[in-house]
Design a protein around this ligand. Sequence first.
Ligand code: ARG
Length: 459
Amino acid sequence: MAQLWGGRFTKQTDKLVYNFNASISFDQKFYRQDIRGSLAHVAMLAKQGILTEEEKNQITDGLNGILADVENGTLEITDEYEDIHSFVEANLIDRIGDVGKKLHTGRSRNDQVALDMKLYVRDEIDELDELEKKLLLVIQRIMEENTETYMPGFTHLQKAQPVTVAHHFGAYFEMFRRDRERLADIRKRMNTCPLGSGALAGTTYPLDRAYTAELLDFDRPTANSMDSVSDRDYVIELLSALSTTQMHLSRFSEEICIWNSNEYRFVELDDAYSTGSSIMPQKKNPDIAELVRGKTGRVYGALMQMLTSMKGLPLAYNKDMQEDKELTFDAIDTVKGCLALFTGMIDTMKFRSEVMEASSKNGFTNATDAADYLVMKGVPFRDAHGIIGRMVLACIDKDCALDDLTLEEFKSFSDAFEEDIYEAISMKTCVEKRNTKGAPGPVAMAEELAENKRYLEEN
Ligand code: ARG
């Protein structure tokens, strides 16, 4: 049991208490950030004349040595230390002797852990952003290749009007783009440095907080030392953003499960991204999509846990806040894993364009266009709606699409029908005529693709 305190105690900590209180098993995840923060702190202490140059150099070398040894596996982080801060300090003292005891001058574990968590979350935001960008690049590639791949668009999971794969995927492009914008927004707001706030009330040493903030790539130091050590808003904001991302991935996964089902057969998942059954030889299951959908609960759970852990805390630091780590780390790792796998899954997925186009026709997705055709020929819209409705009913009876009726059959419903009806209700025409901004038509889609491209180049 290596701990940083004990002077005012007359007894050893109970073993169970020690274990319950310790955080090394999970806060070791940010050993890099902890050491980075200490290096900046020491550089600032020397600049301010609180440490000598010689002391700074010794401590800096010692910290860099610990970092290198942990990275190369010669130094193991074990649970004989209470937390990662104790681990680093104890190892520093082992390495460089008494001068190592000066590392914690003008610092508390409260501002230290606040810093570590911010540095960690900020690094993870950057990694998440990269993964989201990779996903957007794959979506954009699929869109570019499928501007004429017709498929039914749905409302109420009932076939509605024809769209294209490009248009359907374009909706997800928007969702993941907003996710990235949310991450950038959180990163910007959280980018203030808590180091130098001490336990809660600052310190009496002449620290230069702006200097440490700059060394650690923060925009500025935090404004209020009590808020600095007790603020975990950015963790909650990140978990909220991650919940939204995971919700998007889950909706997309649900669609892929539907499209991949034996009834739909719109897509074929790559063998490398599918799994089999131990008993049913014919099975090829979309387990990855299902797992992504299923893991959504974990991420929402982390958000609920964090909101609940924080809700009753008086200022400033309370040990409850140690609970900010485990589920947050799990949520971040979960979303990163899901993003990477999901990207690979859709990147290798094949579209069955004939099946999708046939499904659009058989689902009467061109019924609105057939009614519009009659309107163009002078029939009032309400009458046209009624005529096409009766025709759909007749087609359901005959088990055929509108396109399959002969011109004579068309005319038996309305004299206004002429030979050009076939052209007017083809999937191609139905899509090509929809060119309002944001619609699936080629003019509108070219604009959407150009805007996506511009965004991806600039962001
Ligand atoms: N392990 C603690 C945490 O994660 C570090 C801060 C400890 N501070 C304290 N006053 N006990 O929050």
